[in-house]
Design a protein around this ligand. Structure first.
Ligand SMILES: C[S@@+](CC[C@H](N)C(=O)[O-])C[C@H]1O[C@@H](n2cnc3c(N)ncnc32)[C@H](O)[C@@H]1O
Length: 262
């Protein structure tokens, strides 16, 4: 990894820890998983925000993520637990293993996946790999940002500060999202992510990266899941358990696979 990329990855991991402290999604997930202890794989577990509470509740959990700076946050939170493991892996390129009771694709990872495959194909591959990793009767749990009006959510000109602050190494600055557009034909959301950082040594880093995400409609996710042989058991639009509707902001889907894929 280049020096500049490492500074950005370390700073981003610390900003994620400071900003993304939600627990509502985890509590709702736990209520859907039931009381019996399960073998759970979380794809893109990041800093363990979801993975660690799942382990603390008694589930046996495995997490994988491509970002080592994020994974480095887990050991301190997982101290004393012997039912949690994690590893560096690319969700598209690498093997997930087999025989899981539950695969978790949450924290909006479905929309945030980064892959050479391009976002839409990568999302579909996630469904294929989840099916392979689950044992018969196993459940895929998906939670992502969903709206019936993506053109209202994702189109905004100008700049928005997403993160601002100083990390544990003394690097300080901000990350902005600029000029987000949405194409209703392709479902692609395009924007520029700009980092404006200064290290503790006074070195200035300014980096722009283009970001392309793909909005997954309800119809599309239902089709992908059906194609992989999943049966959708439950769908919710928020953490109060309301159905997906005009005013809800998420798609939370519990889908069960009936046969192991050969
Ligand atoms: C928004 S974070 C979610 C982390 C965690 N699930 C949570 O909810 O707190 C998205 C994570 O996806 C990871 N990620 C993105 N593309 C990936 C890929 N192709 N393979 C594995 N992890 C990936 C990033 O490194 C990041 O940790």
């Amino acid at each position: 990894m280049l020096y500049e990329e490492k500074i950005i990855a370390d700073w981003s991991a610390d900003m994620y820890e400071i900003d993304e402290t939600g627990t509502e999604d985890v509590a709702f997930m736990l209520s859907c998983l039931g009381a019996t202890s399960k073998r759970i794989l979380e794809i893109a577990c990041g800093s363990g925000r979801i993975l660690v509470p799942l382990a603390k509740t008694g589930h046996t959990v495995v997490g994988l993520d491509v970002d080592e700076a994020m994974l480095r946050k887990i050991p301190a939170k997982a101290e004393g637990l012997d039912n949690i493991t994690w590893r560096t892996a690319d969700a598209i390129e690498d093997d997930w293993g087999r025989g899981y009771d539950v695969v978790v694709i949450a924290g909006n990872f479905l929309m945030n996946i980064v892959s050479e495959e391009g976002p839409e194909r990568a999302q579909q591959i996630l469904m294929e790999k989840a099916r392979l990793a689950l044992k018969p009767g196993g459940m895929l749990y998906i939670d992502y940002n969903h709206t019936f009006y993506p053109e209202q959510w994702y189109v905004y000109p100008g700049e928005r500060v997403i993160w601002q602050g100083t990390d544990n190494y003394g690097t300080t600055g901000r990350m902005l999202l600029c000029d987000s557009t949405y194409d209703a034909e392709t479902g692609l959301i395009q924007s520029t992510r700009r980092y404006e950082l200064e290290t503790a040594d006074g070195e200035k880093i300014r980096k722009e990266m283009s970001s392309v995400k793909h909005f997954v409609s309800l119809e599309q996710i239902r089709t992908w899941l059906a194609e992989e042989g999943f049966c959708i058991e439950d769908e919710y639009g928020d953490y109060a358990g309301n159905p997906i509707g005009e005013t809800t902001g998420r798609a939370i889907i519990c889908a069960v696979v009936m046969e192991e894929k050969k």
